[in-house]
Design a protein around this ligand. Structure first.
Ligand code: ADP
Length: 197
């Protein structure tokens, strides 16, 4: 991905299934910005406290300290005028307001990087991700490795039968799967809306 720097800000989205390296990629971009001495603020949804309540943590145990927020509007209150890069992990858990919030930050001249699951465990678009993908200047789609055959995996297989709207978990509940090995839940699973993390 080549970024052409102009005077305005922009939005980058990193998406893909669980275990595809979204958090790793986000951490890599943040670290490079920090090396360049850019002012960075990092956010994630408070719902995701799998490894740490506030830090961004990858499944490979890389981490960076950040702030947990429960609603995306809080990010606007917390972002400092001088901040140059705003990074947001687990974007799929936020409301649709994340689209206007990220656009507002980009319009203020900031680089905004957002990472999130594009598909839920039924392989349906997850929360605000479709709109975010449409308003982003740069989109990176990551693939994981299918745990059944080793092929590239675009899907997140839920291993439990839970029909809760959101079930936060990692390898004990979810697996990356390719198109051939992904088994979507039965359609009468209508209460289930989304899952993952
Ligand atoms: P994401 O944010 O997309 O869930 P992470 O960045 O947290 O992904 O973790 C990516 C890391 O997960 C990989 O570098 C690898 O160490 C580990 N991993 C575990 N299972 C898989 C898998 N099925 N495919 C790819 N990486 C996996």
């Amino acid at each position: 991905m080549q970024i052409i720097h102009g005077r305005s800000g922009w939005i980058e989205v990193i998406c893909g299934p669980m275990f595809s390296g979204k958090s790793e990629e986000l951490i890599k971009r943040i670290r490079r910005a920090q090396i360049a001495k850019r002012r960075v603020q990092i956010f994630k949804h408070g719902m995701d406290a799998r490894y740490d309540a506030t830090s961004i943590v990858s499944h490979s145990q890389q981490s960076l300290p950040g702030n947990a927020v429960s609603k995306v509007e809080d990010i606007l209150d917390l972002v400092d005028d001088r901040t140059e890069l705003v990074a947001i992990d687990e974007a799929q858990f936020f409301s649709d307001e994340i689209v206007s919030v990220t656009n507002k930050l980009a319009n203020l001249g900031k680089r905004v990087i957002v990472a999130g699951l594009d598909l839920d465990y039924r392989a349906e678009p997850f929360g605000p991700m479709p709109q975010l993908l449409c308003s982003a200047e740069y989109v990176t789609k990551q693939l994981a490795i299918c745990m059944e055959c080793g092929d590239p995996a675009n899907f997140t297989q839920r291993l439990t039968k839970s029909t809760d709207q959101i079930v936060v978990g990692a390898a004990e509940i979810y697996e990356a799967r390719c198109r051939r090995h992904f088994e979507p839940p039965a359609r009468n699973d209508s209460k289930a809306d989304s899952a993952g993390g």
